[in-house]
Design a protein around this ligand. Structure first.
Ligand SMILES: [Fe+2]
Length: 340
């Protein structure tokens, strides 16, 4: 198969309060609004090469609207669409949209809307935002610890291995690692990638009845020092740090998790290895081997198991804290050492 996808191009999320989210992303993370289209705001990190990387839409609850991938060529877009339809999924072509040309949109077997496009507008800074360095799409943000670009997205699905296999078979993702519970042979996490990163798409096990959920999406900073400064800035301005800073075993990235104003989880991450092995065979980790926490010395907060939109029938945590009784391993699909 030719390489079909090149990288994650955008994530569109829903929130009940678009304005509150835009203010948060601009003031705390240094993203910048570059467009408005009805009830959608288009934002970018300073190092994103594309016109925008985050779309914030109005919706009744925090949720994933769509994930955008750029293909490697116009031919790859046609081939990817052909393969999706061959797999029994009917998508549709869209002739244009903000920052892009023709694209192919489909809802995958686990309910996530995916948009594939080749013709994506590259960002061209005006004089006010232009960098002095030719390869930078925009000057560095003046917000301390501001991420350089969108990095990955982690969704929730009812069958982690089947989700990974579908994306491998149909769209050519490499499967990089699995996590299986210590207590039972249940696969609760997988990471897959379109490129040399350990992952640009993660999947956590979803035991809810709601399809198409998201667990978090993530931005990249260049150094661990910037990640620590980002944590500091967030703390100083009233944003609770949900988990981290620490280092994942899988991927070996430094990580930091917190929530945006809608409650949706965001990660900032950096570091980790690059993997170019074309026939890489995924290892299976266990939480006890450090899949999520390289140091194997800290439990992941139960709140990290929440995906979005919330599962009203089976909440594990509320604003007041963990729901009594949900600490049990059976309701923590990630095991006592956690997974993210
Ligand atoms: Fe992540």
């Amino acid at each position: 198969m030719i390489t079909l996808l090149s990288h994650l191009s955008h994530v569109e999320i829903a929130t009940p309060d678009v304005e509150a989210s835009v203010v948060f992303y601009e003031e705390r993370l240094g993203l910048r609004e570059v467009g408005r289209d009805g009830r959608k705001a288009y934002l970018r990190s300073w190092g994103d090469y594309t016109h925008h990387s985050v779309v914030i839409s109005e919706g009744p609850e925090p949720a994933l609207v769509e994930i955008g991938w750029r293909t490697t060529s116009p031919e790859a877009l046609e081939e990817a669409a052909r393969r999706v339809e061959e797999a029994g999924v009917a998508g549709e072509w869209s002739d244009s949209g903000p920052g892009r040309g023709r694209s192919y949109v489909f809802t995958g077997p686990w309910g996530h809307t995916i948009r594939l496009a080749w013709d994506i507008e590259q960002y061209r800074a005006d004089d006010e935002h232009a960098s002095v360095f030719p390869d930078r799409p925009e000057k560095r943000s003046s917000v301390a610890g501001a991420p350089r670009f969108l990095d990955h997205v982690t969704i929730a699905a009812s069958d982690v291995k089947a989700f990974a296999k579908w994306h491998h078979d149909v769209l050519g993702f490499r499967i990089m690692a699995y996590t299986e519970l210590d207590e039972a042979p249940i696969t609760v996490f997988a990471v897959i990638t379109t490129n040399e990163k350990s992952h640009d798409l993660g999947v956590v096990l979803d035991s809810s009845s709601r399809p198409g959920r998201i667990n978090h999406y993530a931005f990249w900073v260049d150094t661990r020092e910037e990640l620590l400064i980002a944590a500091d800035v967030l703390m100083e301005n009233g944003t609770h740090i949900e988990y981290g800073p620490s280092i994942h075993g899988i991927g070996e990235q430094s990580f930091l998790y917190f929530r945006d104003p809608s409650g949706l989880r965001i990660e900032v991450n950096t570091g980790g290895y690059r993997n170019y092995v074309p026939d890489w065979e995924a290892n299976t980790w266990k939480p006890s081997t450090g899949s999520n926490n390289l140091y194997r010395n800290g439990a992941m907060p139960m709140s990290m198991t929440e995906s979005f939109p919330p599962d009203e029938g089976h909440p594990t945590a509320t604003e007041e804290g963990i729901v009594p009784g949900t600490e049990e391993a059976l309701l923590n699909p990630y095991g006592k050492h956690g997974q993210g």
